[in-house]
Write a protein that binds this ligand. Structure first.
Ligand code: IVH
Length: 721
């Protein structure tokens, strides 16, 4: 071990290569002794020291990482599971648009947000949307240090060892690259490589792969880098995460820099300003699509100037400065074998067409949603015809199905020539197929029109609603209880044994206690449950006895309250006690609480009403009371606003009048970024009114109530901008 004494920083390239070779041999020797013969020659600590030394040298000389490196050994990571990496900047997704009008709306919205007239002064980049896997590659001091999948956008999986086998991805950047750079882009498999791989699989009598995207994903998300290396994956760079110093000030310039650094970039990217030029390029890429050696599913448009991107900012999940213009969906013919009715959490009866299996755009489709009774008849949500008269959907019909991106397949139209003789119109059920209660179409109070949804009136007695409620309660954005998925909920709901049954959410948190002193025994040996999985389930449940307020509110399953609304409510009320108290008081619509609820920006009357209704129902209150009883679940207070150091953090701000230095949307986004709440009307709770010229009644009301007021200049002085 002669070189062990040399500090890693002082190793030459040759020394390092020689030592890595020796370490690979030495560690393989010790592995064999340890695992194979159970007769180690060295202590664990010495073994760990060798491993660490190997990793340190690899970190400094990534280009020297060997195919047989000990750091890549399958056993290194826990079986089948990668380490998590938290992205320094979240990896967001893109909004989708489908028509020329949508594109025009997108462009107008950019101008509008920035307070500009649409005069073609803003340039956009337009490039193919690659159908692969997004990847974030982190370089520190010029060396690739980690590679992470998108995951949920906040944390992804550490697939560094596999990424290092992709030849197109540089292991090191030129010396003028910033100290910290995260290059983002898409890993994909070329169509030609995919076809060759499948030929090989066929020749070997093995199962073939479904499509290049899934194959690329599978090749990356497995623990043996030699498999990834054999799959010839490729990469296009098109975005970035954290970067210590920006090397360009436009999207186009950034991609150019990536190219100079040695990354493959897509040759079809162009910088364009007019809608005509943008749409022409979209059509052009569409025509080239069949001849490209990689799958694409649309064209991505991005505002070119980075300062404008910065001003436009983000919505909750996607940037305002970019959108994806998807290619039209793919279609196929098949037959409707049956129409089933599913009953959802809110009692909605959804018809589903069971289809003769057919491939649409490379995916086998067997079900398609038929939405509601009107849809089956050929009538859209606004009462308009979506298919010709007589083209109602019937069992036995031959239909055209369409799949667009990740959207659920749709039945587009009926092929009338193939309609079987004597077929009959589908009779939409008038009773719930699950509980037998009446199923009705409610009348919209405002418009007087019939609602398109047929709803089961069974409420708590309807088994389907209760089960779906539970499934929602444990779902990912709610309580997120691992090991308690759809299948398990079905099982516990059906279980007759009082020790096992789960009928309502609080039952989840008494499950362990109900095992009557002999924990685990009841659950063990039941379909799919072993000692370990039962213990894990209890742990997962106990982990959620403290829960973020917005998760609790979302989990309650109040109609119209999705994740975003739940977050708004949590942020506005701070604690569960304050929220619940306010919602109960708000049932009196003359109360201040009702007024306050309606002033929360983003909460309209329909939502407000649904929440109040929920709190009026004694059975809901019973469930919530049991859930939040001592020893059960404790909601945590909402987190303080992100930018707690800003002068407006936690304050409620109202903007009024015609703003001249920023658009209304921009003002709102800016205030929220600084941790303020933006309300639509003035009340005693308003902390600050920002009034532009022409401000009227709101300014008067603010003065009456003694609310602080300022103008736009005052606002910028206040926030230091
Ligand atoms: S830009 C902040 N450009 O599409 C937005 N994304 O639907 C960063 N994708 O997760 C993404 N080709 O995996 C961008 N040329 C392209 C893309 C692209 C494919 C993927 C990417 C992203 C998803 C969003």
């Amino acid at each position: 071990m002669s070189t062990l004494s040399v500090a890693v920083e002082n190793l030459t390239l040759e020394d390092a290569a020689a030592e890595l070779e020796r370490l690979a041999g030495e560690l393989a020797h010790h592995d064999a002794l340890y695992h194979g013969k159970d007769a180690p020659e060295i202590s664990d600590a010495d073994y760990d020291a060798l491993k660490r030394r190997n990793e340190e040298i690899e970190a400094r000389f990534p280009e020297l990482v060997r195919a047989d490196s000990p750091s890549r050994k399958v056993g290194a990571a826990p079986s089948g599971i990668f380490q998590q990496i938290t992205h320094a900047r979240p990896m967001l997704s893109l909004d989708n648009v489908f028509s020329d009008e949508d594109v025009s709306d997108f462009i107008s919205s950019v101008y509008r947000f920035l307070g500009l007239l649409p005069d073609n002064s803003i340039a956009f980049t337009a490039e193919p949307k690659i159908d692969g896997l997004s990847m974030s590659l982190r370089y520190e001091n010029g060396k690739l240090v980690s590679a992470a999948t998108r995951g949920d956008g906040t944390t992804g999986e550490n697939v560094t060892a596999n990424i290092r086998t992709i030849k197109e991805i540089p292991q090191a950047l030129p010396s003028d690259a910033p100290a910290v750079v995260e290059v983002r882009g898409e890993v994909y498999m070329a169509k030609s490589d995919f076809l060759a791989l499948n030929e090989q699989m066929l020749a070997e009598g093995k199962q073939t792969y479904v499509n290049p995207r899934n194959t690329a994903a599978g090749s990356l998300r497995q623990l043996d880098p030699t498999i990834t290396a054999s799959r010839k994956l490729k990469f296009f760079a098109y975005a970035w995460g954290e970067i210590s110093e920006m090397p360009a000030d436009t999207q186009f310039g950034m991609v150019d820099v990536f190219k100079r650094w040695g990354f493959p970039v897509n040759p079809l990217m162009q910088r364009l300003s007019s809608i005509e030029a943008i749409l022409e390029h979209y059509n052009d890429i569409g025509l080239k699509r069949p001849d490209l050696d990689y799958d694409i599913d649309g064209v991505v448009y991005k505002v070119d100037r980075l300062d404008l991107q910065q001003r436009l900012g983000f919505r909750s999940r996607s940037p305002r400065w970019a959108t994806a213009h998807k290619f039209p969906a793919e279609q196929a013919f098949t037959t409707v074998e049956n129409i089933d009715i599913q009953v959802g959490r809110t009692g909605a009866l959804t018809p589903v067409a069971r289809l003769t299996p057919v491939t649409v755009g490379g995916v086998v489709v067997v079900n398609a949603t038929l939405h509601n009774a009107d849809y089956i008849e050929g009538i859209g949500n606004g009462g308009e015809r979506i298919r010709e008269e007589e083209h109602d959907i019937r069992i036995g019909d031959t239909v055209i199905v369409q799949r667009a991106g990740d959207v659920i397949p749709q039945v587009l139209d009926v092929v009338m020539e193939k309609r079987p003789e004597g077929s009959e119109r589908y009779q939409f059920p008038r009773v719930c197929p699950v509980c037998g209660s009446h199923a009705v179409r409610e009348r919209n109070e405002k418009t007087g029109k019939l609602d398109s949804v047929t709803r089961c009136t069974g409420g708590f007695v309807c088994r389907a609603q209760a089960v779906e409620h539970l499934k929602h309660f444990v779902s990912r954005n709610a309580f997120d209880i691992e090991g308690l998925g759809s299948k398990q909920i079905d099982f516990f709901f059906e279980a007759d044994d009082p020790a096992l049954t789960i009928k309502t959410a609080p039952d989840i948190f008494t499950l362990e206690k109900r095992q009557n002193g002999s924990p685990l025994t009841k659950l063990e040996n039941i379909d799919g449950f072993g000692k370990v999985s039962v213990r894990k389930l209890y742990d997962a449940i106990n982990d959620r006895r403290e829960i973020a307020l917005h998760r609790l509110i979302y989990a309650l399953g109040i109609r119209h309250v999705g994740e975003t609304t739940a977050k708004l409510l949590a942020r506005s009320y701070g604690s569960y006690a304050a929220f619940a108290e306010a919602m109960k008081t708000a049932s009196d619509i003359t109360s201040e609480a009702w007024g306050d609820l309606n002033t929360i920006d983003g909460i309209g009357e329909v939502v407000a009403r649904a929440i109040v209704e929920f709190y009026k129902e004694p059975r809901n209150m019973d469930v919530v009371t049991r859930l939040l009883a001592p020893g059960m679940v404790t909601p945590q207070d909402a987190e303080a606003p992100v930018a707690s150091s800003s002068p407006v953090a936690g304050k409620t701000v109202v903007f009024t009048g015609s703003l001249e230095k920023m658009t209304r949307d921009e003002a709102k986004a800016m205030a929220e970024r600084l941790g303020a709440k933006v309300a639509g009307s003035v009340s005693k709770k308003t902390d600050l009114l920002v009034a532009g010229p022409g401000a009227g009644s709101k300014l008067e009301k603010a003065r009456e109530l003694g609310v602080e007021t300022t103008d736009e200049d005052g606002w910028f002085t206040l926030i230091g901008g």
